[in-house]
Design a protein around this ligand. Structure first.
Ligand SMILES: Cc1cc2nc3c(=O)[nH]c(=O)nc-3n(C[C@H](O)[C@H](O)[C@H](O)COP(=O)(O)OP(=O)(O)OC[C@H]3O[C@@H](n4cnc5c(N)ncnc54)[C@H](O)[C@@H]3O)c2cc1C
Length: 345
């Protein structure tokens, strides 16, 4: 059998991250089967290297070159592994496209992922920050995550309860050097009703003439909303929302709301509230501003954009300045959502 991986030394990464930062990696390994992971990781030229798993690079900022091994999972398969007519279990490979999975599940009569349509990236990255959009999170459907555990040097299967899922969070995000996600297992309930309560979804469906929409119509509406609201990485480099919405104690959130009545505040469970990071950034005057080729999108204040040749370091400087101004004006600390490679935030 031909080797199921390729190695490229001194690899350019500019086309492999959606912020289009021209970083390089000491080595780029592309694996077409998870079984070759042990061979790659113990390869004599690579075994001392730090490892970074790279999907489509849509949630990463390369603040510097990566002196190590960038590993790309390129195994792609999806199948229904169990089906009792009412619920079905789907096992999807880390290298399968996320939006392709949304379409695949809907085509197989399995609703649920429609609100997560058009999120860029691969299936293997979905559990890392527990991707979410329009009132739905991937963890609502994930039953298990299969991974290579670099601490134990073996393949493991983690039940969802052991994945530590939270708002844009999981154990995989907290221990990025440990896990290489190989497959993700999802459960779907064929009777599930679409989740329409998130702001804008119902209105978009109404505009399309759908008052009793099925999941496929919801996916179309979500795609239309996203195309309108978010800059397309194919046109301008970006990594989606650059900051998480800050979560504060209810009392503190109420104080801020009293002082700033138009600040959107949402319940976040257990005595805490989530604030709109976009509102805070816009209130500090950042929307549409640009420093060299690094900028804040004019379309959406939460999106850091690369107008052309910004380096990762320049983008990071701008992001830090945005966070510092929000902190100075509102006393709220913003945390970046993407992984910053090669620097601290
Ligand atoms: C325009 C735009 C809109 C977006 N909208 C949303 C949104 O609505 N909601 C949302 O949650 N996110 C959103 N994102 C962020 C991003 O699309 C998701 O986080 C996505 O899951 C990242 O997938 P990726 O394959 O590009 O991962 P990458 O960016 O390549 O990697 C992200 C992180 O996951 C790790 N990783 C990736 N694959 C694996 C693996 N197999 N095993 C272990 N670690 C891995 C990487 O090391 C890195 O730390 C958006 C991004 C863009 C550009």
């Amino acid at each position: 059998m031909a080797e199921a991986f390729t190695l490229l030394f001194d690899a350019p990464l500019g086309s492999l991250n959606t912020l289009r930062v021209n970083a390089t990696a000491s080595c780029l390994a592309t694996a077409s089967d998870p079984d070759v992971l042990p061979a790659i990781l113990s390869h004599e030229r690579l075994r001392e290297f730090p490892v970074l798993v790279l999907g489509e690079g849509s949630n990463l900022l390369f603040a510097a070159d990566f002196h190590g091994l960038v590993l790309r999972p390129a195994w792609r398969s999806v199948r229904i592994s169990e089906d009792d007519g009412r619920t079905a279990i789907v096992r999807a490979a880390a290298g399968y496209g996320w939006d392709a999975l949304v379409d695949w599940t809907l085509a197989h009569g399995l609703p649920g992922l429609e609100n997560l349509a058009l999120i860029p990236g691969l299936v293997g990255a979905a559990p890392i920050q527990n991707i979410g959009a329009y009132g739905v999170e991937a963890s609502e459907f994930i039953t298990a995550v299969e991974a290579w555990d670099r601490a134990w040097c073996g393949f493991v299967r983690l039940d969802a309860a052991d994945c530590g899922f939270g708002y844009r969070d999981s154990i995989f995000k907290r221990e990025p050097d440990r896990w290489i996600v190989t497959n993700v297992e999802f459960r779907f309930d064929r009777q599930r009703r679409p989740a329409l309560d998130y702001a804008g979804v119902r209105e978009e469906l109404a505009a399309l003439g759908n008052t009793d929409p099925g999941p496929t119509q919801v996916a179309s509406a979500v795609r239309r909303l996203r195309r309108r609201k978010l800059p397309d990485p194919a046109s301008i480099g970006n990594a989606g929302s650059f900051f998480k919405n800050p979560v504060l104690a209810n009392e503190r959130a109420a104080e801020l709301k009293a002082a700033n009545p138009s600040l959107p505040v949402y319940a976040a469970g257990e005595g805490s509230s989530k604030l709109s990071a976009a509102w805070l950034i816009e209130a500090c005057g950042w929307r549409g501003r640009r420093e060299g080729d690094a900028g804040i999108s004019a379309q959406h204040a939460l999106v850091l954009v690369n107008h052309g040749r910004a380096t990762g370091a320049e983008l990071l400087i701008l992001a830090r300045r945005v966070a510092a101004s929000v902190d100075a004006r509102f006393g709220v600390r913003l945390e970046p959502e993407p992984r910053i490679v090669g620097a601290e935030f």
